[in-house]
Write a protein of this length. Structure first.
Length: 363
């Protein structure tokens, strides 16, 4: 079991720790729904030290990334970030990632999912053969701390030198945080505004405490994985192992906007065949369930007495005050308003197809 540099800080704060992606991580500090509401209305602090962080540099770094992933690395401006996927030759999703072009335009940086880091590195190093490129695992050398919520900018600005108001969504910059050179990005996984700080190893506790010192008076609190899952689910953001995995492709998952067919990436031919055929015959949809029971991952879905799928993710939504879920359904069942049932120990509960995302913040 791997441990982030902040494990003792979480435990001292009373966090309940659980295994996640091979790491010992805080799932909650207090009630999960209360933590989710804090992020939606104020701000929450997240330890992302478990995420994989990889620097990519060299004369053919861009060409390598064009082969590795689905988005167009050549079109990423300096200091900007793009969402993408790593696929296998059959077009099946191996991971979803973020690709950063360095602010100085001297290479790239890639953030990958914790549970897939070892496999992603293996794929990256295999793909790098034949390219003049260096793939440098920076996971141990850099911590990663995030803040999310409407008060994120004003809290983070209090100990950050750079002007965060000038940092666009899905961009990053080099600046000083707590008086030390660091990089900071503006992405997030909750549907709210927020920032990620890439912290040199050994300074994680200092930066974590700086956030709390700057933001506690505004209601900033640490947030665990439980609320993070609820928040990303409300915002319609996929989680590997739930909405996307080795059995899905980006087209049916509704992630075709992150696929650019103007370059030769692994899995391109397979996806082109899917598009030419008009899809796979199924799509990822949202579900809402008005009853007291919440549809959870793996629950069977039934329509007209026939099992038609299973739940990918299910949560109680504090923002919408209802139960929400995602599932892959046949194309003819995907229209919003279509009525289904989910089964809990063979007892049928009603649910209805709903558009994704469930929640979108006002900008």
């Amino acid at each position: 079991m791997q441990r982030t540099a902040l494990e003792s800080v979480h435990m001292a704060a009373g966090a309940r720790m659980v295994p996640f992606g091979g790491w010992n991580m805080p799932v909650q500090y207090r009630a999960i729904l209360d933590e989710a509401r804090t992020v939606r209305t104020k701000a929450g602090l997240f330890d992302l030290g478990h995420m994989g962080r990889v620097a990519v540099r060299g004369p053919q770094a861009e060409a390598f990334l064009q082969k590795l992933q689905t988005n167009d690395a050549a079109a990423i401006p300096a200091g900007r970030i793009r969402y993408a996927m790593i696929l296998d030759d059959a077009g099946r999703t191996q991971d979803d990632i973020l690709v950063y072009r360095n602010p100085r335009n001297d290479g790239f940086f890639v953030v990958v999912n914790a549970g897939n880091t070892a496999r992603d590195l293996e794929i990256m190093r295999r793909t790098a053969q034949g390219f003049d490129v260096v793939v440098d695992d920076r996971t141990a050398a850099l911590g990663m701390i995030a803040i999310q919520g409407p008060l994120s900018q004003q809290i983070t600005q209090r100990f950050t030198k750079g002007d965060l108001a000038t940092l666009k969504y899905y961009a990053w910059m080099e600046t000083e945080v707590c008086g030390t050179p660091m990089a900071i990005s503006r992405t997030g996984y909750t549907g709210e505004d927020g920032f990620e700080v890439y912290v040199p190893s050994g300074l994680e506790t200092k930066v974590w405490q700086a956030f709390l010192d700057a933001g506690t008076k505004d209601g900033l609190t640490p947030i665990g994985l439980g609320a993070r899952d609820t928040l990303r689910h409300e915002a319609g953001m996929p989680l590997y192992g739930h909405e996307i995995d080795e059995t899905t492709n980006p087209i049916e998952a509704g992630l075709d906007w992150a696929v650019k067919f103007n370059h030769d990436f692994t899995g391109k031919a397979a996806l082109e065949a899917v598009v030419a055929k008009g899809g796979t015959g199924r799509r990822l949809v949202g579900l809402t369930a008005p009853g007291k029971r919440c549809p959870r991952q793996g629950y069977p879905l039934v329509h007209g007495g026939e099992q038609v799928g299973h739940v990918c993710s299910g949560n109680i939504s504090p923002t919408l005050d209802t139960n929400i879920a995602t599932a892959y359904l046949r194309s003819d069942l995907c229209a919003p308003g279509t009525k289904l049932e989910f089964l809990i120990r063979d007892k049928a509960e009603p649910c209805v197809v709903a558009p994704l995302p469930f929640y979108k913040r006002q900008r």
